[in-house]
Design a protein around this ligand. Structure first.
Ligand code: DX5
Ligand code: ZN
Length: 217
């Protein structure tokens, strides 16, 4: 799956930018980066904008919450109709309860881990989740360089999923482009987030197609 991140889109033309990746075999998920200027040193958008996006598109919306206190705020994004809501393990107080609440509100539950956060301590927690988001840059900004070291965590998660120990979509986020997507695919990623590689391209739909061709080949 390819999930364009609207972080690199023109925020004054969001509806058009979403349509631009819709195409025939366009975006599988629309990745929406919510930042609160506390968990990360950047501020983007919140629930009102997500509600408008949900009304404007049929693409399943994948909210990536880079915020403090997701235990309190994440549920609203699920109740609004997001397909998947991802919270950071570094920020969540009770990630198991949080996953249960997200699922009860009708969303898939996602757990994100920063590049420096190990996977091993959270394997039991991940039994309650539908998505594992492995960050391949420090969260906060688009257009950063891919950190290949995180592929070890992707491989480990892939092995556990394939052995039936976990049931997760393995998603990667940060620095994914034509040069990096194949190594991520080889490591076992199911869903590729791409911000600048899609929205800095002259034709975003074609950029999505190009990335898809590389991982389907
Ligand atoms: C960064 C965000 C990413 C960002 C990726 O904190 O979580 O989703 O949009 O942008 P690129 O693909 O440009 O690295
Ligand atoms: Zn993201």
């Amino acid at each position: 799956m390819i999930a364009p991140s609207i972080l690199s889109a023109d925020f004054a033309r969001l509806a058009e930018e979403v349509t631009a990746v819709q195409g025939k075999r366009g975006a599988d998920w629309l990745h929406v980066d919510v930042m609160d200027a506390h968990f990360v040193p950047n501020l983007t958008l919140g629930l009102p904008v997500v509600r408008s996006l949900l009304a404007a598109t049929g693409i399943p919306v994948d909210c990536h919450l880079m915020i403090e206190n997701p235990d309190r705020w994440a549920i609203g994004y699920a109740e609004a109709g997001s397909y998947n809501v991802t919270v950071h393990v570094e920020a969540a107080e009770d990630p198991v309860m949080l996953a249960k609440n997200l699922r009860a509100a009708g969303a898939k539950a996602g757990l994100a881990i920063k590049p420096g956060t190990p996977l091993e301590p959270y394997l039991d927690v991940l039994k309650h989740y539908d998505t594992l988001l492995v960050m391949s840059v420090e969260p906060g900004f688009g257009g950063q360089k891919f950190i290949a070291d995180v592929l070890g965590k992707v491989r480990r998660a892939r092995t556990l999923v394939d052995a039936g120990h976990l049931n997760l979509v393995v998603e990667i986020d940060g620095g994914i482009n034509a040069d990096t997507i194949e190594q991520a695919a080889e490591a076992g990623v199911d869903c590729f987030v791409a911000g600048s590689a899609v929205y800095a391209a002259a034709d975003p739909a074609q950029a999505v197609e190009g990335l898809r061709r590389q991982v389907e080949a």
